[in-house]
Design a protein around this ligand. Structure first.
Ligand code: F1P
Length: 293
């Protein structure tokens, strides 16, 4: 491996997840209470974290939880709380949305205490210990999810142990693929979307993502020898067989989808390096998407 920022940052995830969970006693009181209706909002990576948390929260019985890309938030809906996730706290769509939301309902999660989001929001959770130098997000996003899952009662120490294992899984036999499609069920759908985004951003590589049960409804036509279908978390019955019949390779690791994402992040970075790219600085992408109006 090279010594890019993203290498170091993604390898620090087990430790960073444990730190995030250790902040629960102070930060938990700022997070949504059980029974509240919640929207979770972000852009790009932060949106996919929102998607995963929304499924976990609903499944835990804590209440209605919807995830939106910030630009698509339905302002006509009346949520008790809106959790806004933005590493930089400077993303235009996030700040535009902030203007439209009742201030006492917003919970902002960011890495930067001096960001516009952190300054303007009344309730802020700052995970500055998880901030990153790479444009490509890994540990801030997953630290956010670790904190949110810890608040739902999930065992983050166990997840961190799985992530340690994810850092050791060999990848070399996957790096000659010419395409990858990530799939997942439930909370893994957001993780699959994030795995594909990472692969596109870092490696400029053709990567798609779908809910695993939807994969047979068209996307399977892409599968052929030399291509990967990568399941994060448990896969639907017979999906492996259906994929293998096409000649594509079915990839699966017996890990929680958040830990399985770590393997996919490593895949994205390794592909980038193999393709002679700098994974810290994806083409046409900046740390924060700030639009000039
Ligand atoms: C989100 C985002 C990511 C993207 C890249 C740059 O920004 O656009 O989706 O992958 O890392 O940042 P933020 O609102 O979380 O700062």
């Amino acid at each position: 491996m090279t010594d890019t920022f993203v290498d170091t940052e993604l390898a620090s995830q087990p430790a960073i997840w444990r730190i995030a969970a250790s902040h629960l006693p102070q930060m938990g009181a700022r997070l949504p209470r059980s029974g509240e209706s919640v929207a979770v909002v972000g852009c790009g990576t932060s949106w996919f974290i929102a998607m995963s948390y929304a499924v976990h929260r609903e499944q835990s019985g804590a209440g209605v939880t919807d995830a939106y890309s910030a630009s698509e938030f339905p302002v006509t809906r009346n949520y008790d709380r809106v959790v806004v996730i933005s590493r930089s706290g400077m993303t235009t769509e996030i700040l535009d949305l902030l203007d439209l939301l009742p201030a006492d309902r917003v919970i902002a999660i960011t890495a930067v205490p001096t960001s516009t989001l952190a300054i303007r929001a009344k309730t802020v959770i700052c995970l500055d210990f998880a901030d990153e130098q790479s444009v490509v997000q890994t540990r801030f996003a997953t630290a956010t999810l670790a904190l949110l899952r810890a608040h739902l009662g999930h065992d983050i120490d166990q997840l961190a142990t799985e992530a340690e294992l994810a850092l050791t899984i060999p990848l070399t036999d996957l790096l000659d693929a010419d395409q990858v499609t990530f799939v997942g069920l439930g909370a893994a759908v957001g993780m699959a979307c994030e795995a594909a985004l990472k692969t596109r951003e870092a490696a400029q590589f053709w990567a798609e993502a779908y809910p695993a049960m939807d994969y047979r409804h068209g996307p399977i036509a892409i599968a052929q020898p030399g291509r990967l279908v990568w399941s994060l978390g448990s896969a639907p019955e017979n999906l492996r067989e259906d994929v293998e019949r096409t000649g594509a390779t079915f990839v699966h690791h017996d890990l929680d989808p958040m830990a399985a994402l770590v393997v996919a992040q490593r895949f994205a970075v390794a592909l980038a390096v193999q393709r002679g790219l700098d994974p810290d600085h994806p083409r046409s992408l900046t740390r924060s998407v700030i639009l000039t109006q």
